[in-house]
Design a protein around this ligand. Structure first.
Ligand code: PEP
Length: 253
């Protein structure tokens, strides 16, 4: 079965102590994941080593960075390289979250460079795509997200593509309390998979987990994840509350 993933995105929230307490509460819930199920915590950079060691003994629990720089190394004050992440044992990195695309002017070409570096250093990119509200209202969301995939991922080989994770996150649903309906989510996830199949073949496209992100909550996760092409979620707000994120992990297929 394709991997099913609950990924937490803490964004710029929580102190170190609060983060450690939250992780402890989640791990204390005694969740037992199946081999195809994974829980990933995308935490602020200063919490990565703590998170990695907290989850080290847990089956299929992982730490993730929320970003990395698109250059290998050098005079980029304040930035964090993929090699640095690799050197502390981090194996996942969120790439192209809409907040970074918007506030840090990240382009599809820059994200392609980040994806390349991640793959070179053995880090799995969690590649985010998704349309703003005006594009959804104009009904052109499929073309919009297909372009994001084409410009950041279509240079990869099929072997590389099968190792990545995609997160579809409609911007109008992130942090707004508005969730895409299960039908809307399934429809665009199926479309994204067909775009991947067109370029890399159906067998490869079938292996790529496509997560849904945008106001996933304890109360709607099971319904969203039940759709055949929704392979879990990338979760912001609800990942900051232990009981809620535990329920979301338990809602994985
Ligand atoms: C996100 O941060 O990627 C996200 C989907 O946030 P929220 O769950 O709060 O909408």
């Amino acid at each position: 079965m394709r991997k099913q993933i609950a990924a937490a995105n803490w964004k710029m929230n929580l102190t170190y102590q609060d983060g450690e307490k939250l992780l402890d509460e989640i791990l204390d819930a005694g969740i037992s994941l199946a081999p195809h199920q994974h829980a990933i915590f995308a935490v602020p950079f200063p919490y990565l080593i703590m998170t990695r060691s907290e989850v080290a003994e847990e089956y299929n629990f992982h730490a993730a960075a929320q970003n990395c720089h698109h250059k290998t190394a050098g005079a980029y004050t304040g930035e964090v390289s993929v090699e640095m992440l690799q050197s502390i044992g981090v194996h996942y990195c969120v790439i192209g979250h809409s907040e970074r695309r918007e506030y840090n002017a990240e382009t599809n070409a820059m994200l392609a460079a980040k994806v390349n570096l991640c793959l070179e250093y053995g880090i799995t990119p969690i590649f985010c795509c998704g349309e703003p509200l005006d594009i959804r209202e104009a009904g052109t969301q499929n073309d919009f997200v297909a372009t994001q995939l084409k410009e950041s991922l279509f240079h990869l080989t099929a072997e590389q593509l099968r190792t990545i994770i995609i997160a579809y996150e409609p911007i109008w649903a992130i942090g707004t309390g508005k969730t895409a309906s299960t039908e809307q989510a399934q429809e665009i996830h199926q479309y994204l998979r067909s775009v991947l199949a067109g370029k890399f073949g159906a067998e490869v496209a079938d292996e790529v987990p496509i997560l849904y992100g945008g106001s996933v909550k304890a109360g709607n996760a099971a319904e969203l994840f039940a759709s055949p092409d929704v392979d879990g979620g990338l979760v912001g707000g609800a990942s900051l509350v232990a009981a809620d994120f535990v329920s979301i992990i338990r809602a994985l297929k």
